[in-house]
Design a protein around this ligand. Structure first.
Ligand code: UD1
Ligand code: CA
Length: 456
């Protein structure tokens, strides 16, 4: 959209959140509220985006990076005062400006687009996006005249009992003629219950000056939720969660129970993958096609290739190949990389380790700081002894090696290609390729011992 600009308000502390984290940085489906707003505006495609920052400015800028320009509001004197801070950057431009609050993460780009189109089509100086709320408490109310024309907005705290009954609310999103906006902001006063400069007062001022102001009503109130406290935060999370699930289902992902599946906003999932109940897909996780994830699996910032199964397991910041099976009850810790056709079975912990194609660790093992080649079999109960209390050391196991059950591999140590380690061994020296290492005491049988014992 040309000659269109966006201002995002994100300077408030968010007192009602009762949090050390600045309000707009609270995540909804794993992504901060303000990042949702900015990404939606990027989808909309405006020429400029200015974010007003104040409380936690540095953190907000860190979160959004180059996606936005920034204007600092040093003191939080109200939403009109916040918008005024963008004057230095875009005040002299002609065109249309959309203003969105950083705490309304659910507003869709299509809705913003419709608002701008309506505003431009009628040639209004200001258009306010409104919705009809079942419970309008806390929102500004839209006051209309006898012919239905918008007269002004009144904040909850300034509203009379009669005005408080109005169910049409200000969603906090507006469209302005850019020059009219900055000219009118100078006329906003702070003689109200909160002693703040209210942005929606611009509507009343323009109306009094006989300029055309308008309201655009959206029929989906949930989209306009303004998150001021943790109760509404959980509501936003619920709405966003079902929206994300729906997107993936429409793309060919089966989600057995969407209410019991949590998918981050940034996750990507291939078609014909099935998500079983109790699954959490967090951060930037990418899952291929035809996978089965869950039940009860947590995947964070990981990649999973096609036809892989992750059953009742935790996978953190790791890469997992195709045709691989993990779990049930496995823990893949950060910086691990499993190849194709790998099998990780129950009660196996893998940390910062690599496993090549076709390797198996099927039961009850700890694999840490290990480089394991292809087609290696690691027997039940094997432990890589990687830590001496001060430093961590690497275990390498080359292709086609076979580690017998209940072995300790004391790192740094290397098991050569094709070598065997006998069950119950404690290996502290390198094992040459194609050899057998036995490192356990020999068995001695005392025949008839028990019989004699019992006769005593
Ligand atoms: C605001 C609107 C209200 C509307 C509601 C919709 C005003 C006066 N009220 O109320 O009509 O129904 O949103 O959700 O605008 N902010 C700044 N600087 C400031 C003050 C606020 O950047 O000085 C930012 C906040 O960080 C927040 C946004 O503006 O992202 C809205 O502020 P908030 O205090 O949440 O306003 P509401 O009381 O929800
Ligand atoms: Ca708010």
């Amino acid at each position: 959209m040309t000659n269109t600009y966006a201002i995002v308000l994100a300077a408030g502390q968010g007192t009602r959140m009762k949090s050390d984290l600045y309000k707009v940085l609270h995540p909804v489906c794993g992504k901060s509220m303000v990042a949702h707003v900015i990404d939606n505006i990027i989808d909309l495609g405006t020429d400029r985006i200015v974010t007003i920052v104040g409380h936690g400015a540095e953190k907000v800028e860190q979160t959004l990076g180059e996606k936005s320009e920034y204007a600092l509001q040093e003191e939080q004197l109200g939403t009109a005062h916040a918008v005024q801070q963008a004057e230095k950057l875009i005040g002299s431009l002609s065109g249309t400006t959309i203003v969105v609050c950083g705490d309304t993460p659910l507003i869709r780009p299509e809705t913003m687009k419709s608002l701008i189109e309506h505003h431009n089509a009628i040639g209004a100086k200001a258009t306010i996006l409104t919705a009809v709320a079942d419970d309008p408490t806390g929102y500004g109310r839209i006051i209309r005249g006898e012919n239905g024309q918008v007269l002004r907005n009144v904040e909850q705290k300034d509203a009379s009992a009669e005005e408080q009954k109005v169910s049409e609310i200000n969603t906090g999103t507006y469209c302005f003629d850019n020059e009219a906006l900055f000219a009118t902001l100078k006329k906003v006063k702070n003689d109200n219950a909160q002693g703040e400069y209210y942005l929606p007062d611009v509507i009343g001022i323009l109306q009094a000056e006989k300029e055309l102001v308008s309201a655009y009503i959206t029929d989906d109130f949930s989209e306009t939720l303004g998150v001021n406290d943790r109760v509404v935060l959980s509501e936003a999370e619920r709405v966003m969660r079902s929206r994300i699930a729906e997107k993936h289902m429409r793309n060919g992902v089966t989600i057995i129970s969407p209410e019991n599946t949590y998918i981050s906003a940034d996750a990507e999932i291939g078609r014909d993958t099935v998500l079983q109940p109790g699954t959490m897909i967090e951060g930037k996780t990418i899952i291929g096609e035809n996978c089965v994830i869950g039940p009860n699996s947590q995947l964070v910032d990981s990649s999973i290739e096609d036809r892989t199964t992750i059953h009742s397991s935790v996978v953190l910041a790791s890469a997992i190949g195709a045709d691989t099976s993990v779990g049930p009850f496995a823990h893949i810790r950060p910086e691990s990389s499993l190849g194709n056709s790998v099998r990780i079975g129950n009660f196996v912990e893998v940390k910062k380790s690599t496993l090549g194609e076709g390797s198996k660790v099927s039961h009850l093992s700890y694999i840490g700081d290990a480089e394991i080649g292809s087609r290696v079999n690691v027997g039940c109960g094997t432990i890589t002894v990687n830590y001496d209390g001060m430093n961590k050391y690497v275990t390498t196991i080359e292709d086609e090696a076979f580690i017998g059950c209940n072995s300790n591999l004391i790192a740094p140590v290397n098991v050569g290609k094709g070598a065997y380690v006998a069950a119950g061994s404690t290996i502290s020296k390198n094992v040459p390729e194609n050899s057998l290492a036995i490192a356990r005491s020999r068995q001695e049988n005392k025949e008839g011992y028990v019989t004699k014992l019992k006769l005593k």
